[in-house]
Structure formats: C-alpha cells, structure tokens
Ligand binder design. Sequence first.
Ligand SMILES: C[S@@+](CC[C@H](N)C(=O)[O-])C[C@H]1O[C@@H](n2cnc3c(N)ncnc32)[C@H](O)[C@@H]1O
Length: 294
Amino acid sequence: MTIPLNTIIHGDALEVLKGIPADSFDSCVTDPPYGLGFMGKAWDKSGIANNVDLWREVLRVLKPGAHLLSFGGSRTYHRMACAIEDAGFEIRDQIMWIYGSGFPKSLDISKAIDKAAGEYVPGEVLPSSRQSAASETGIATSFRTKNGTNPQTDLARQWQGWGTALKPAHEPICVARKPFKGTVAENVLAHGTGAININTAPKPVLRALCAEVSAELADKMDEYRRSPGNDLSSVTWYKNVPGMGDITIKPELIEMVKSNYFTIYSTGMTEGMEQSVNGVVQRSPLKVLSWRLE
Ligand SMILES: C[S@@+](CC[C@H](N)C(=O)[O-])C[C@H]1O[C@@H](n2cnc3c(N)ncnc32)[C@H](O)[C@@H]1O
C-alpha cells in the first residue's frame, strides 16, 4: 500500500492507523487534544492523548528511528509523555512553544469573597459607564452604586490581587524517537531517520543540539549555511562557523547531506495485486546491503 504524498485521511486515528502498514512514515508531528475540555468540546475530554494504544499504533507505523513531536497542554503534558514512553518510544527531549498572548483564566479571589458576602457590584460603577451600558442595550441595567468600585468588603480588599491560575504562556512539545537496531549512522543510512538535519533545522533546534551553542552562535550557524559557496557536505561543516571554537556536536545527531548509500522503493502491480520492495544500496563499490519485501 502506497499513500500518495500530501494525502489527508479523515477519521479516528485509533481506527485509521490500524489500516496503515508498519514502518511507513518518516516522522509524526501532532497536536492531540490537551484534555482540558476546551470550550466544552467532547473531543477534548476523550483522553486520546493519554491512550497508550494510540501511541503503540503511531510507533508501529513509524520507521525505525523516526521522530515524534507531540504538543501537550502545560497541565496535562505529563500524562501524554508517559503514554508515549509506555508505548515504547524513547523520550529524547522537550521543546517549548513560548508566547505572550495568552489570556488568564483565573478566579479573582477578592471578587469571589465579595460575591459570597452578597456585596459584589457587577460591572463598572462609574456613572459614565453605567449610562453608556444602558444606552447601548436600551435596557436599564440595575448597577448598584454603593461605596464606589469593587472590592466592597474589607476581606475582599485583603485578598485583592490573588487568583488561582497563571496566564498561559507555554505549551510543551514531547520529542520522542522510535527505537532501532544498530547505530544511528546505520539507521540513518538504511531508513533516512534517527537524526536531525541541522543544515536546515531552525535555530532553536541548533541550540537544542548542544548546550554550548548560544543564541548568537545559532545566528552565525544559520548565516553560514545560507551563504552561497559555503560547503555543507561534511558533517563537521559547523566547525567552520566563526566563533564555534572547540564546540563539537555529536555526529550521530547530524544527518549527512551527501551519501554513498541510497534507499530504493519499488512497487509492482498486476491484476489488483501489489508488491513493494525496499532496498538499501551502496553506490561505490556497488553492493546491495538489504532487500526487504513489504
Ligand atoms: C488541539 S486540536 C488540534 C488543532 C489543530 N492542530 C489546529 O491547529 O487546528 C485536536 C484535534 O484532534 C482531533 N481529534 C480528537 N480525537 C481524535 C481522534 N481519536 N482521531 C483523530 N483526531 C482526533 C479533534 O477533532 C481536534 O481537531
């Protein structure tokens, strides 16, 4: 079974994945429900992201060494990560989507205290806003004006500024990899998976590869790889970047851009039957390294 590039399959992942052959995909990037009951939606309450059976299926359809990136909620990520690990993935890292635009959903303790005491004044109590509210809706709203703005009670004043939740500002992304046999280099050559291509990897990935790569160095690496004429064919190209000094990035993390090895996929079809082979070939000297019927 060959799935054409850029195909969208609409369905329940638990069901759909069962119909896909093992070792089919190079990677999986997914944003499953965070399990927070988003806007009361049923799909965000099913616990699918914590379902080990789902991740077992994802593991099965990925090629050996393939990476999985899965987004999670800051409050629920840990259960998803455990399920991913329990399914057989190796947790490799965690990346973070950090943003400043989140809207806080915190309970205002001061307001809650006033409400419990029956003293809370809804809406703005300034006369001008009362009037504009009434004129906009045409309904005379019953704002009370007693004692000016909230909080009303001494206790509520004492707890002003206290809440129950931080403003959302990050979402963790689990970085996991399907285990494989042999070395990373062998796996990369056989399946094209298992490593991160730092020639094209975004700058945060460059930094994640090695603690010594600062933001400034990541900028320089990016500039170097974009400059025409710079040779990127060696796995140690980054060593030519000004300022890299003695920094060494583990070679097994870096995918080669030139190779003496090739993977050949071939599918034969006749009268409704279909057979595919997957072969790994060495170019020079010419040698078939593996030949597998699928
Ligand atoms: C967090 S949202 C993803 C949003 C998406 N990344 C976007 O930017 O629009 C999670 C999605 O997973 C879908 N979903 C929930 N359970 C699923 C399942 N068992 N199989 C496939 N999709 C599912 C939901 O319908 C929802 O659209």
